[in-house]
Ligand binder design. Structure first.
Ligand SMILES: Nc1ncnc2c1ncn2[C@@H]1O[C@H](COP(=O)(O)OP(=O)(O)OP(=O)(O)O)[C@@H](O)[C@H]1O
Ligand SMILES: [Mg+2]
Length: 609
């Protein structure tokens, strides 16, 4: 709730509100016919509603005239009275019905616009965000469009229209003091409402804050169910929960009582206003300047006017909230992506898949360089492996190749084209990755594999699954390919997820492949099977393999040893062993730590240990 308080205390917001409303306008104007028609309905319905008291006046007057002589029933007038009432509600409903399309269409357009924009923003934005907050902003933003329209079209505009109509009628038909009395009442009413609302909103904030906090505590305690039990802390949790609820209770009671105060005050002001006007009208009747019908008319008009005013306090507050929500959403839309296609960007033309890193320097944050002058080349169809300690910058190489970030210095070329000068779409089409951590959509396994290539058919998907050695596993599941994998894919084991990721890449079949620790979650046996699969896939592809376990990459055409963002050694497995440097060191360590594995012979090109 805090951003509301911040938002309201910011003096620039009046201007911003107007700007935001202007920005919302195009979304509504797409259906301008409907908008205009709805406004027309609004005017008609208000005319009809205001017309009703007039007929009532005539009915009363004609009944009054009948006194003494024969009382005739003013049937035509009474029918007109009914007809006007009917027309009032007809136009009212017509307005809602016609406007529904405008409103929901605007919501849809705004939502898709924000969603689209979120996908345009770069990875660095998405790493900084909290998914929960963004999705709340999106939801609130779209909701705010609807509620602003709702309040404007269904509450504020009608009230203003009605007020103007009534004021004009009073001014033209009756003495000015009627109009003055009504104006003063309304103004007093506004001032009172806004002042009290402002004051009591504080209780409301407090109440909401305590509510969220209690909720957060409860959820946290339940999520940590086991921990609570381990430490026997049920009583502590209950006490903390109850303390928060205690504050909530106090705030809620204050909020409710202050609301009664508000309602009573509003009622009081209206009562005074109405009484005053009725006294004026009574005097008019006594003096013979006004008929009984006039008195009825004035009374009816007043009541009609003050009824919608009652909601205005709430509407005003909600409108403020909605404007604040909308502001957050438009701020999101204003954010520019760090990674943009250059003006003259063309599609990447992939011929063989020749990858070059030329003196690449890179830092996520300027003060901490990650890659320093990294140069290497992967010839078409070759396999290059990158090894090195954790945090050396290996996965960063893959992110740069995908252009999730732009290099700080140097450049990356694919088949001679600088990747910053081609469209991101075409670049990413050319590369496939099995990432270090595979995250899956909470949907079926079939969906997750098929995702790589939406125009693939079922046979293609199954073929890819077979190549990734996961087909049999999938078939063994009761629901087969329709098995839902759970949030982020958590219902699959780490190794199964990796194999789904491999199946995806096989299906995508790009020219350039990147395997980032693609077998890290697998036991030695499955690893061998998968490595075999990967080798088959990598055949005729340019491949970048990132690995911790050196035994998995000894067949690489070239191995880079990355340490502290620099290439410290480079060569084939054999050459590197002979250099007796970091690589040889790592190799020895890994051999010692895996005594269960037979020693590896390095002579054959493909070595499976
Ligand atoms: N988005 C980011 N913002 C800031 N620093 C980052 C970001 N991503 C990674 N880093 C830092 O960059 C360095 C290199 O990360 P990278 O993921 O490339 O390491 P790695 O060599 O793949 O390590 P590992 O073997 O553990 O996967 C790390 O020190 C990491 O903390
Ligand atoms: Mg990594």
């Amino acid at each position: 709730m805090n951003h509301y308080i911040r938002y309201e205390s910011d003096p620039h917001n009046k201007r911003k509100d107007r700007q935001n409303l202007q920005r919302m306008f195009p979304f509504i104007w797409e259906y301008k016919g409907r908008v205009l028609f709805a406004l027309l309905c609004l005017i008609f319905s208000k005319l009809a509603v205001v017309g009703v008291p007039f007929i009532l006046k005539d009915v009363v007057d004609s009944l009054g005239l009948g006194k003494g002589s024969l009382l005739t029933l003013p049937l035509a007038l009474l029918l007109a009275y009914g007809a006007l009432r009917l027309a009032g509600s007809l136009f009212n409903e017509l307005r809602d019905a016609v406007f529904a399309r405008v409103r929901y269409h605007a919501m849809r357009r705004v939502s898709t616009r924000v969603f689209h924009h979120l996908h345009q923003l770069s990875l660095s934005f998405h790493l900084d965000r909290h998914t929960g907050n963004i999705s709340r902003d999106l939801e609130r933003g779209a909701g705010s469009v609807s509620s602003i329209l709702n309040y404007l079209v269904f509450n504020i505009l009608p009230t203003i229209a009605e007020f103007l109509l009534v004021a004009t009628i009073l001014l033209t038909h009756y003495e000015t003091r009627f109009a003055i009395a009504i104006f003063s009442t309304v103004i007093l009413y506004f001032i009172f409402t806004f002042a009290i609302t402002e004051w009591r909103m504080h209780f409301r904030h407090e109440m909401n804050a305590m509510d969220s906090e209690a909720n957060g505590r409860a959820v946290d305690a339940l999520l940590n169910y086991e921990t609570v039990k381990y430490f026997n802390n049920e009583a502590l949790e209950l006490r903390r929960y109850d303390q928060t609820l205690d504050k909530w209770e106090t705030a809620a009671v204050r909020s409710q009582t202050s609301m009664s105060l508000l309602n009573f005050g509003q009622g009081g002001i209206i009562a005074i206003g109405v009484t005053l006007i009725m006294i004026f009208a009574g005097q008019g009747v006594v003096r013979g300047e006004m008929s009984i019908g006039d008195l009825v008319l004035v009374n009816a008009l007043m009541l009609q006017l003050f009824m919608p005013l009652g909601f205005l306090g709430i509407v005003y507050r909600q409108l403020k909230y909605a404007l604040a929500d909308m502001d957050l959403m438009f701020k999101l839309l204003e954010r520019q992506s760090d990674i943009l296609d250059s003006e003259q960007a063309e599609r990447l033309k992939v011929s063989q898949g020749h990858v070059q890193f030329e003196h690449v320097g890179f830092a996520y944050h300027a003060e901490r360089p990650i890659l320093k002058d990294v140069s290497f080349e992967i010839h078409p169809g070759q396999k290059l492996a990158v090894v090195g300690p954790s945090g050396a910058g290996k996965s960063t190489l893959a992110r740069l190749l995908f252009r999730f970030y732009d290099v700080s210095s140097g450049r990356i070329l694919i088949d001679g084209q600088d990747i910053s000068q081609v469209t991101q779409q075409s670049l990413r089409e050319a590369i496939g990755i099995v990432p270090q951590d595979t995250v899956l959509f909470n949907d079926s396994i079939y969906y997750n594999i098929h995702y790589a290539k939406p125009d693939a058919n079922r046979d293609d998907v199954i073929r890819a699954a077979k190549l990734a050695h996961i087909h049999e596993f999938i078939e063994s599941l009761p629901k087969g390919y329709d098995t839902v994998v759970g949030e982020r894919g958590l219902k699959l084991s780490g190794g199964e997820k990796q194999r789904v990721a491999i199946a995806r890449v096989i299906l995508k079949n790009p020219t350039i492949l990147v395997f980032d620790e693609a077998t890290s979650s697998l036991d030695s046996q499955s690893e061998q099977a998968i490595l075999q699969a990967l080798r088959e896939v990598a055949e005729n592809h340019t491949t970048l393999v990132i690995a911790h376990r050196l035994s998995t990459i000894i067949d690489a055409d070239q191995i880079l040893v990355l340490d502290g963002g620099k290439i410290v050694e480079q060569g084939t497995h054999r050459q590197l062993l002979e250099q007796k440097g970091l690589y040889e060191n790592l190799w020895q360590l890994q051999q010692e730590h895996q005594p269960d594995r037979p020693a590896v012979t390095v002579d054959s090109k493909v070595v499976v240990n």
